[in-house]
Write a protein that binds this ligand. Sequence first.
Ligand code: GLY
Length: 372
Amino acid sequence: MRRRDWLLTSAVLPAAAPVAARAAQAGPKNIVISSANGTKACAKAMDVLKAGGDTLEAVVQGVTLVEDDPNDTSVGYGGLPNEEGIVELDASVMHGPTRRAGSVASVRNIKNVARLAKLVMEQTDHVMIVGEGATRFARAWGIPEINLLTERSRMAWMAWKQSLRDGEGNNNWTDGLDAPTPTAKQAAALRQIWPEASDEMIAWAFEVAHFPTTGTINCLALNAKGEMSGTTTTSGMAWKIPGRVGDSPIIGAGVYVDQEVGAAGSTGRGEENIRVAGAHSIVENMRHGMDPKDACLDVLKRIARNYNNDAAKLAKFDINFYALRKDGVHAGASLWSGRVLRGYMSGFQYSVNDGTGDSRLEKCVWLLERKA
Ligand code: GLY
């Protein structure tokens, strides 16, 4: 794709009215946003807000539903494992009213790591605990340990190992753009172990084998008192080198909250986000007057600039940002307009619950147009 083929969305600077003044006009209200996989999380968080609960408790209860769900293979139980077949989880929380934060990284055998990050925030003098220390910290608090690897995720891991063996797969350092479809021989090998697996499940296993996911859920909340909090929780990049930590547990990258201004978070390839301190940069952009959409697009431009706007390199990954301003205005923004999944181009969305009904999905604005 040549540079002139790109369509950049508007990044015009917004009107210069101070954030505080705009917030005073609109007035705070209960609102929760999250990545697209968080419709149920947003609804749960909204229930907590409506019952008068704390904003951080709300988002943690929301994402706990996703951490518990074995079918979301990018978060919590059933997350895709590292290259040794072991699930390692990362999470962070930030509490606007007290300006405190907590995070955990490379945690094994503990399912609800957003809750664990909150425990680090509330019960220690630290902000971040990682690896074996985090599991021991959880154990000390009586949190049960479980095997986080489901059969579904083990199948995808085996598909990945199989494709490496056959010289067709990609390791953590490559992009998977030339991913082949599974050969009949490879599919048959998986069927020997999982005879009940559907064609769709086998195809999914090979897809994630070749396009390692960096799914994740980020969830941000504002209540009617103007209080804000956020959390991000993930199983990180599939097939990662053990101990690899992404952006999700990094305060200022995976999540950032300053309730005088707003909150932001991210999903997608964490390595890119860490290099631009994405969530913090977005909040600072809003502090200086950008609206949430432009604040996110500006940071996506910084990511593109890190690759000298080389479309071929940028095409190798996806990254999304979410921003919620203290007056309730929100945005989701993606680097690319969409992603081809199983032959179809699908656009990026984010979830919103404003307390008036079910959560809804809204379209992300995007920086670069991906042509099918
Ligand atoms: N954004 C999730 C990760 O890269 O680990």
